[in-house]
Design a protein around this ligand. Sequence first.
Ligand code: SF4
Length: 721
Amino acid sequence: MIDAPFGPDWKETTCESCGNCAEACPTGALIAKNRRKYQPGRVKKVLTTCPHCATGCQYYLVVRDNTIVDVEPADGPSNKGLLCVKGRFGSFNFVHSPERLKYPLIKNKETGEFERATWDEALDLIASKFTQIKKEYGPDALAGFACSRSPNEDCYMLQKMVRCAFGTNNVDNCARVCHSASVAGLAMTLGSGAMTNPIGDITGDVDCIMLVGSNPEEAHPVVGMQIRQAVARGARLIVVDPRDIGLSKMADVHIKLKPGTNVAFANGMMNVIINENLQDDEFIKERTEGYDEIKKIVMEYTPEKVGEICHIDPDLLREAALMYAKAKKAPIIYCLGVTEHSTGTEGVMSMSNMAMLVGKIGKSGCGVNPLRGQNNVQGACDMGALPGDFPGYQKVTNPDVIAKFEKAWGVELNKKPGTHATDVFGAAIRKEIRGLFIFGEDPVVTDADQNHIRKALESLDFFVLSDLFMTETAQYADVILPGTSYAEKEGTFSNTERRVQRVRKAVQLEGEMRLDTDIFIDLMNRMGYPQPQLTSEEIMDEIASLTPSFGGISHRRLDRGETLQWPCLDAKHPGTPIMHVGKFTRGLGWFYPAEYVPSAEQPDDEYPFILMTGRILYHYNTRAMTGKTPGLMMKEGHSFIEMNTEDAVRLGIENGEKIRVSSRRGTLTTTARVSEKVSPKETWMPFHFPDGNANILTNAALDKYARIPEYKVCAVKIEKI
Ligand code: SF4
């Protein structure tokens, strides 16, 4: 039979539109539509890194007449020639979107309208307002957020501007609302808050993969593809997730636990492992501390007790524990289902507890592996866009570190750790913070409890935003600066596995647009801090000179084809694919004594459902980039809520019906998707879509260590309209 692939209508199939089949087709029978738009000999190809998730896929931007017309995969270390639908089809339309901001805008206070301004007018206004606030209220009345979509060099200069010109450590990045719990938790237990093993290692020669609170087929699709390949080769798969996800269909065990019960789950796993005498006594004795205390705690978490807390079958927990403990090579891979809780840091430390108990860390095919969200959120943290850390996690409370940076930067630095991004909003409402510079973030859309964020932005004396597009957050700005995309500049991204990879300029900036680093440097000088002009390559050299873990990283090495994972200590150091081999970064690994604490907001008679939020395959965060690709919008363009069939029948709600969803913080309307994906009394929404933004509903209850909000659990009610 001769037929089109997938039958008459591929949209009705499970095809993800990743395009990998078309790429592999040797006959040309399948070809991506973009390929028809140019002749191969009349384009240039620029090797760069995908700007969406932190898998860090390598590809070529195909450029004709200063316009990107296509993407071709490259054989990168983390993608091995594969790409997902976002990377292949959603990573260049936005660069040429007519909606791009192209010149500075200043809000006319009388009309409330934004008016075109010159760079001198905009930067002089910002410098004078911030200087005035600093003079009247002190430097800690200012704050700045770095952009985790931007290269390391941009993030480094942003934090340098905040520390040297603003004079404060009030600098942060959007890791605060996704993986700050990983940064804090793994730093406390292991000494380094990053993924321990490379993607290829944990999806290669492994016996079992334990996936906790992570849906990589949608959020990190090329990692998801490699997990599918590992399972096809015979690896066992344990999925721990409150929803049915694509990979749970392939799993040997799916622990469909109640949202917010990860700590109890991990303690239950450890209970079984110890009772079965499967712990690694030698590893525990030689490499760790705190075992006696954690053993005492987890002995209370019998499978039956954990079954009750997590709403799971105790025998499934036993099966998963034996499978994980008995496997020779078994990585834990986790994501925001672990971190985005008011006990997120303890959830993360529970992951390292499990790995240390069975000695599966510091070894190939093992480890504790957070899949970071945004393309360069790892890098934004590495570059010191954190309130307590200079680049390379050097502490602002360490006098030797302060002395080193004061000498290098030629300025007296603020010694007080700064305010976390999620606390900046409350501080703005209390008038403790009065001036804010946001580089490429859209917290009105992405942060929990949208009304709280709007109130905070309205409370600021002066607010500057730099972005590619006029976002919801931009509406509150006094000055808006046009940002530059990854395709218009040089630099590096650090992917989730700590791998520093090049970002290369493929097209010229239009008109009077300027590089983000040039804007920061200009503003620093206007505020009185003498910052010399530097290229991206020179900025990386400065980073390397001040950051031991980046000491051997340079554009020159990367351009020679080396791929470097930090720590990379000097020009001859090969980088560190696997961390904690032989010794933890903190010396001994620490078993954190984690007790299960319920989520901050529990369902009750008025708000009887739990709401979780997350990402879908076709979009990234605010859709600022993916929303400019018509094909992605055609696949998914509107908000929806998943609910269980049992609940829908009880409420008389049909699949596809518009319904009203409310929490204590707000109300929205959205479309019901009725299935068995979520359990009864549980619901799930993506947060990408403005026609029903889930963050109107979410709860800004913060984790005590990392100050991350509880996106994954809030109480809602559902009403038929
Ligand atoms: Fe880009 Fe992530 Fe897709 Fe790779 S998996 S192509 S990095 S969005």
